[in-house]
Design a protein around this ligand. Structure first.
Ligand code: CA
Length: 222
């Protein structure tokens, strides 16, 4: 799950970025509306967290613009304004939810999860492929009931593969959804992580779940 944070206050941006990363999300930050607009078009985000008072293009204008262009990503507005009128204006501009600063990170996280769930067509709390299970709430991964311990990045990668189960995922798709904008796609980091996942998920089992699709990428399937 990749999130774009558009926030000009560096401290808040960093606080949100770090917190979301710790939860396993890939996060990019834009520090003004214009950069936010560009990044939103450049990458495939699952959620945008948008401040209202921004340099260059303000949050409401940006929100309207993205909706006019039929960009159908959930948008969570984050702002100090808290009057009913401002909330209504924000929601009318096409935002899906609204959070007033100062906020508790736990609440931001809960709202992000709710938005991602709504948009993910009744997102399940558990992913299952054959005997491999990933509990999205507790971040617990098991295969045949045996617990598998993954690092944050490994579990983000596995989550993405499981969500795309049965489909070919290219390295570019993985880079876009699991890593962030600072990722150097010319490295072999993705292959390294796939191999680590294989060691943890498939080793000791008769049927491998992670398959290499020659010349294209990878696929997770039974
Ligand atoms: Ca601001």
């Amino acid at each position: 799950m990749r999130i774009l944070v558009v926030e000009d206050e560096r401290k808040i941006a960093e606080f949100v970025r770090r917190g979301l990363k710790e939860e396993g999300y890939s996060v990019d930050v834009a520090y003004d509306g214009e950069q936010g607009y560009q990044l939103a078009h450049l990458n495939d985000y699952d959620l945008i967290i948008l401040d209202l008072m921004l340099p260059k293009i303000d949050g409401l204008t940006l929100c309207r613009q993205l909706r006019q262009e039929k960009m159908n990503i959930p948008i969570l507005i984050l702002t100090v304004r808290d009057s009913v009128k401002d909330k209504v204006t924000g929601l009318d501009a096409g935002a899906n939810d609204y959070l007033t600063k100062p906020f508790a990170f736990e609440e931001l996280l809960a709202r992000c999860r709710a938005l991602l769930r709504t948009y993910g067509e009744a997102e399940p709390t558990k992913l299952k492929v054959a005997d491999l299970e990933f509990d999205l709430l507790s971040h617990r991964v098991t295969r045949s009931g045996r617990e598998i311990y993954l690092t944050l990045k490994e579990s983000s990668l596995l989550e993405y593969l499981m969500r795309q189960a049965g489909k070919v995922v290219t390295r570019t798709m993985i880079a876009e959804h699991v890593w962030d904008i600072n990722f150097d796609s010319f490295t072999n980091v993705i292959d390294v992580y796939i191999n680590r996942l294989r060691q943890k998920i498939d080793r000791g089992f008769d049927r491998p779940l992670i398959h290499t699709i020659r010349g294209r990428g990878y696929m997770l399937r039974e």
